[in-house]
Design a protein around this ligand. Sequence first.
Ligand SMILES: Cc1cc2nc3c(=O)[nH]c(=O)nc-3n(C[C@H](O)[C@H](O)[C@H](O)COP(=O)(O)O)c2cc1C
Length: 155
Amino acid sequence: MRAKRTSLVHLIYFSRLNLSSDPQLRVNQLGDITRQAQKKNEFSVITSFLIIEQNFAAQVIEGERMSIHETFNRIAEDQRHRDVQICEWREITKREFVHSFKTGLRSTATETLFNKANLLPTLQRGTPKASTIHALAVSLQSDAMSKQGIDHLFI
Ligand SMILES: Cc1cc2nc3c(=O)[nH]c(=O)nc-3n(C[C@H](O)[C@H](O)[C@H](O)COP(=O)(O)O)c2cc1C
């Protein structure tokens, strides 16, 4: 008999980044976050996608209920961002993200997807919808994967 899967949840939050205005320092700071988060998420079997839009962060994290609880408590206390607000926390039947920690930034390659989602004004007002964050994260992921030629796995 197949073992029953423990309960899977996703948590979607947004925050204001406290990162440097110097582009190179900011890249280094994001590199530090990525290294720490990747290692921890791999260990806790968490998959996630972090959207960065100007000085805002919006992240979807998925995994076993207790792992998400512990990870979010750590994330919420991190001084590299503030005003951390949960948009949605609920049970899910399957994961949507494949990487332990992946970041989607606005660039010429991703601009169309960012513009279509139009997340920034809602982040500025403090009223982003979980569904908009989730949909943008999914589309950024599939865009990146199809550029690597691995979209056929996700039909
Ligand atoms: C925007 C943002 C997203 C983060 N995402 C994660 C994450 O997905 N998983 C994680 O373990 N840490 C994440 N971190 C880092 C944690 O806040 C924390 O620094 C890291 O887990 C190490 O924790 P520790 O120093 O208490 O061991 C994130 C930090 C920021 C600012």
